[in-house]
Design a binder for this molecule. Sequence first.
Ligand SMILES: [Zn+2]
Length: 226
Amino acid sequence: MLKEETNEDSNAGPKRLRSSIGGDVFDFQKHCLFCHDITPCILPNEHDPKVPQQYRVPASRVTTDKMGDGETYKQYLLDLCEKRGDELGRIVRNRIIGAPSDLHAADAKYHRSCNANFHRDAYRTTMIDSKGSADDQAFAETVHVLGCDRSKVWNSLDVEAVYVDKGGSVMSRRVLVENVIQHFAENMLALHSPGVATLLVFRKHVATNLRLVDDDQNGEMDECIR
Ligand SMILES: [Zn+2]
């Protein structure tokens, strides 16, 4: 649950947040919003006599309140934190929730490179997510194709070809075949043989496909195949 921001509103002036790491206190006006650790953030036109010129990292200031679609920049960043779902996401989220107003007014600062990292990683996660669901879709279509053609003897290469044709790319052939076998469970038999692509046969069609002959000594056909 989000913590309400009202717990300390008698406290005038810039809000300060305890960091989860160490005893340092995060301050929007002093520290980079997107640094994992609490790191001093100095704007190019500010001069800190204690920091040698070559160690001063140019910073940027949050100047946006609203995104194009009307969403606040604060909410936009909170969504990114959520997407990241990692430690840095949680750290930044806690800082943002502690902001007294919008980030612009809080005078939030950030290193350009930290800002870029923060966004890039979040979008990468999003891409993996959408790739994952596209792959689920490809798998669903693959088992549908197999299920529609149950009299065929499928080998693992055929199955992979269908999967790739449907846009699948995440599973290896072995994982794909394992998942297919799991999907059809007792309706499917998998025949493994060293050096030969795994054969998948729908149990109902085993007799016609494999011309298996009942073994008198071992009446059960399934036993025979195993
Ligand atoms: Zn930074």
